[in-house]
Design a protein around this ligand. Structure first.
Ligand SMILES: Nc1nc2c(ncn2[C@@H]2O[C@H](COP(=O)(O)OP(=O)(O)O)[C@@H](O)[C@H]2O)c(=O)[nH]1
Ligand SMILES: [Mg+2]
Ligand SMILES: [Zn+2]
Length: 330
């Protein structure tokens, strides 16, 4: 068997030679295309880099060290330790990393979704995102977008429905990119944080991010994305800088994420209002479902815990238990 590389492989190897003055530099991954990343250096310049397979996925928000190569690109030398890693399960249940070093999760939903007949599905989705955030020890912010589409008559019910989230301390912000509403309040939550926007497609994540950025910042993002050989910001996770300080990550692929690693018995910890009760249950491995003398269920009877949050807890619990039975990766 010939060990000679085919010509195109030789060329690739030559191209990837390090430059003579190949000092190791620090960088931040601002777009990830899988095998290639756009890395921003300390001067703000963006360089297309390759990463070695041994690193696994190198994602938006990753802090790296890299070396320039002869082709004006670079090679990632090291991925620095991550404080957090947001992942979602792929088609066969394995975690696929999406973004690293996140300190805020912005859950976006539309006001209309929460007043239509399927509103409970959207409440369930919000609670799933909250669980994923709490599981990373990150406090989520709930953004209810497209406020301009809400009829006055619908506002009272919506406020009432969402009050349980306020009661347990979550920030709830009504926004409209059409009316530029709520954007200042949201900016305060994003200050000096690295925030990832999650939510169903079409709820307005990219529109909100665009409204928060100056023209210059958007252009930077678009330049780096359009140099990605046909790929665009709408298909790649992209990090933008806020001029007031902080990073925003726009990701198209975060509809479902991060719940696969949660043990059913640990789920209640991620419902923060359950925490004062969980160690008062009769059984210390209580999952607050059908066990006797469960302090969580008592708290629901006493009106201390919202019934709908508990219903979503049960729904998520069931899905985790089913997943644990079917996934080979647990
Ligand atoms: N009425 C209304 N439409 C909005 C608002 N924000 C975004 N949209 C529209 O919703 C659609 C989806 O927005 P997009 O930002 O692409 O959503 P994404 O998929 O979550 O990134 C676009 O047609 C936007 O113009 C808003 O506040 N009000
Ligand atoms: Mg989008
Ligand atoms: Zn219990």
């Amino acid at each position: 068997m010939s060990r000679k590389r085919p010509p195109h492989r030789q060329k690739q190897a030559q191209q990837k030679e390090l430059t003579d003055s190949a000092t190791i530099k620090n960088g931040l991954v601002v777009v990830s295309y899988g095998a290639k990343q756009d890395v921003e250096d300390e001067t703000g310049k963006v360089i297309r880099c390759s990463s070695r397979r041994k690193f696994g996925a190198v994602v938006c928000g990753d802090q790296v060290t890299w070396q320039p190569t002869h082709d004006n690109e670079g090679i990632i030398v090291e991925v620095l330790p991550r404080s957090t890693l947001l992942a979602r399960p792929d088609d066969i249940g394995r975690d696929k990393p999406i973004a690293a070093n996140i300190s805020r999760i912005i859950i976006v939903c539309t006001v209309k979704a929460l007043v239509d007949e399927n509103y409970h599905l959207h409440h369930n989705l919000i609670d799933r995102y909250i669980v994923a955030a709490e599981n990373l020890n990150i406090t989520p912010v709930i953004v209810l977008n497209k406020y301009d589409l809400l009829a006055n008559s619908e506002l009272d019910k919506l406020n009432q429905d969402m009050q349980p989230y306020r009661n347990i301390g979550y920030q709830l912000i009504y926004t409209s990119t059409k009316q530029e509403r709520g954007l200042e309040q949201l900016t305060q939550q994003l200050q000096d944080q690295t925030s990832v926007f999650v939510g169903e497609s079409g709820v307005g994540k990219s529109s909100i991010i665009r409204s928060l950025l100056s023209d210059h910042e958007i252009r930077v993002g678009e330049v780096s994305a359009s140099s990605g050989k046909g790929k665009h910001t709408t298909t790649s996770t992209t990090l933008y800088h806020l001029s007031s300080g902080g990073n925003l990550i726009d990701s198209p692929g975060v509809r479902e994420f991060g719940l696969s690693k949660i043990e059913p018995v640990m789920l209640a910890y991620n419902f923060i209002e359950f925490r004062p009760y969980t160690n008062q249950c009769k059984f210390n491995n209580c999952i607050h479902k059908s066990e006797p003398q469960c302090a969580v269920k008592q708290a629901i009877k006493d009106g201390e815990i919202d019934q709908r949050r508990y219903d979503n807890y049960l729904a998520i619990l069931t899905s985790l238990q089913e997943q644990a039975q079917t996934s080979p990766f647990q």
